[in-house]
Design a protein around this ligand. Structure first.
Ligand code: 6PG
Length: 243
């Protein structure tokens, strides 16, 4: 597991913001745009808030940044559980990014319809070619899930569709998620993992000699891209990471 370990979450956020800023500028310069898929959950909120702060935000070419979501809860965009709402509050309402650059998953419609709509949005953005994000941010659940790829769900086996609607029994709720073909086609994937509660699952994944279907995060290995784990010391407490 290639990991950068930071003393505290705020150190991780500071470093991740600087790395993301550099990646955005380089992509915007080289290919005219930076296609970024955002993680949901609570961990990345502080990173998004840091990106919104003037010292960083002013250096990011937002007009050439396209924001997508790695997954979404099937709820309306103003629902407390919405990953879009979390990003709107922490980032979008504080920066000047063109509306057409914000590609949210429509959690307010039926799951299958939302998946189809997002698949079309991806095909438009990537001109019909397999979606290749410049960077995908992911979190890690304590059951080893990432995005909304949960153990035992059919989406883990999806090799054609780019977006899947999955019913997650432990939540009794529908989710939308990018599938493994998309996640593993990215130029870069960063896992952002913080807190002592994640130390056990980080160790379980770090100890694996090969990907394990019961730990979906271990199935993330970009074929032509880089994978990096950004961990705070608490989350890394039980591993020996190569950095
Ligand atoms: C979501 C996320 C999910 C998340 C992990 C970790 O929609 O919840 O995409 O995969 O990243 O569950 O969540 P925390 O960061 O809240 O621990």
């Amino acid at each position: 597991m290639k990991a950068n370990i930071y003393s505290t979450k705020s150190d991780l956020v500071e470093a991740a913001a600087e790395k993301l800023l550099q990646a955005a500028r380089k992509s915007a310069q080289r290919q005219g745009r930076f296609s970024l898929a955002l993680a949901g959950g609570s961990t990345p909120r502080d990173l998004y808030a840091r990106l919104a702060q003037p010292a960083i935000a002013a250096q990011i070419p937002w007009a050439r940044v396209h924001l997508f979501w790695g997954d979404e809860r099937m709820v309306p965009p103003d629902h407390p559980d919405s990953n879009y709402r979390m990003v709107r509050e922490s980032l979008l309402q504080r920066i000047a990014i063109p509306e057409e650059n914000v590609h949210r998953m429509r959690g307010e419609v039926d799951p299958a319809g939302a998946a189809e709509q997002y698949q079309q949005e991806l095909q438009r953005h990537f001109a019909g070619r397999p979606p290749r994000f410049d960077l995908i941010l992911l979190g890690l659940g304590d059951d080893g899930h990432t995005a909304s790829l949960f153990p035992g769900t059919w989406a883990l086996d999806e090799t054609e569709r780019e977006v899947a609607e999955v019913f997650v029994p432990q939540f009794g709720a529908w989710r939308l998620t990018l599938t493994l073909p998309v996640l593993n086609h990215a130029r870069e994937v960063w896992f952002l993992v913080c807190g002592a509660a994640k130390a056990g699952i980080v160790r379980r994944i770090g100890e694996l000699k090969q990907p394990a279907r019961n730990l979906p995060a271990s199935l993330i290995h970009p074929k032509q891209g880089a994978l990096l784990w950004l961990l705070d010391a608490e989350a890394a407490a039980m591993i020996n990471a190569t950095s």
